[in-house]
Structure formats: structure tokens, C-alpha cells
Design a binder for this molecule. Sequence first.
Ligand SMILES: *Cc1c(COP(=O)(O)O)cnc(C)c1O
Length: 229
Amino acid sequence: MSTLKERLDQIEQRIAVACECANRDAKSVTLLPVSKTFDATVIREAVGLGLNRFGENRLQEIAQKAPELSDCDVQWVVIGSVQTNKAKEVAKYATELQSLDRIELALALHKRLLDNGRTLDVLVQVKTSPEESKSGLAPELLEGFLRELVELPTLRVKGLMTMAILSEDTQAVRACFVKLRVLRDQMQAHGIEGVSLDRLSMGMSGDFEIAIEEGSTEIRVGSALFGSR
Ligand SMILES: *Cc1c(COP(=O)(O)O)cnc(C)c1O
């Protein structure tokens, strides 16, 4: 069994190699460790290695782990689909939400954030894969959605997120990442005031090299770092 430190080193090595191949600076890609299903002890070990942002997909799980880690500087990044009635928990725990995909959720979050007197960094999740199981906003609705978000100043839009198709066909996987990048470029060309889309969160344990080649600024890595779930 390898240690967490060894796996982290391996991932950083993979990022460095992928960046080198893509002619990119390794510092232009951030690692978001995805700690879902792993308990607070594991997260504490990761904090000891210098990690402090953690991706989680269930609010209930964050609510369980957060008190155990209250002495650590841990930032929770929500990456899973959020029911509208969980907006209060997002406003309470999350420093960032990467899975914003509909106006109902945005409105509910805005209300809670106003109550709490805070803002939230958000990425809009876009559906780039044909799979039924994948969530996210339909690409053709993105521009209208971004224009609506401008009206909600507690939500600070930073970029886009996607999950690629789960497939052995690397061309199909790559097509998802290309779709997100092209969409982002189109939105930037349309110049929506108040919206910056610098960040592209794409790539997971099995496909992040391809995502980096296609412009990812942030990879969300769970199993390659923490082990299989
Ligand atoms: C679980 C999850 C990941 C990490 O997946 P791994 O394959 O374990 O790296 C990334 N993004 C989202 C949205 C997830 O739910």
C-alpha cells in the first residue's frame, strides 16, 4: 500500500508531465482533492501535507466532517448536484460551489447568502456529455443563465465545470473538454459584464491529462489520491 504522500507526489508528477506536453506552466493547474466518502482522519492527514481545499458532493457529509476538523483551516468545495432545499447548508459550509446548474438554486443561494452577509464563488456546471446520468446546464442555455446570474451579486461567477463522458474512447472524453473550452471562449467573446470565466474545472483521476491538454485550470481528483471508494 502506498501512502497518501506518495500518491500526492505521483499526481503532482502526472500534472507536471501533462503540462509539459501541453506547453503549459504546471502552476496553471490546481489540484482539488475530492474527499467524498473518506473520513475526517484522512482529510486531516491531507491537511498535514499542505492541502486545504476539499471537494465533497453531499452537504450532509460536510456537516458531519466539518465539526471534527474545526481546528484545521479546511475549505469545502461542493462539486455534486445540490437540491434547492440544501441552499442553507451550502451558504453555511461551502467556500465554493462548482455545480451550479439552474436558476432556482441560484435564487435560493442568493437569499441565504444575503441572510449570512457573505458571497460565494461559483462555477456553472455544463453538461457536455450525452449520458443521461450526467447533470449540468445544457450548453445552449449558458449565456442566458450567466446573464441572470449577473443580477445576483452574492454569487461570484468564476468559470465553468464539467464531467466528461465515462468512456474508454479518449476522443469522446476529449470532445467534452473541448466543448467546455469552446463555450467559455464564446462567452468571453460575447463579453458578459461582471462575469469572468477564467477557471475551467475539468478532469478527474482517469482523464485529467486529457483535460489539461484541453485547457483545464483545475482537476478534481478523488480515487487516485485517496484510494478507491
Ligand atoms: C467523485 C467526483 C470526482 C472525483 O472522481 P475520481 O474519479 O475519484 O477522481 C470529480 N468530480 C466530481 C463531480 C465527482 O463527483
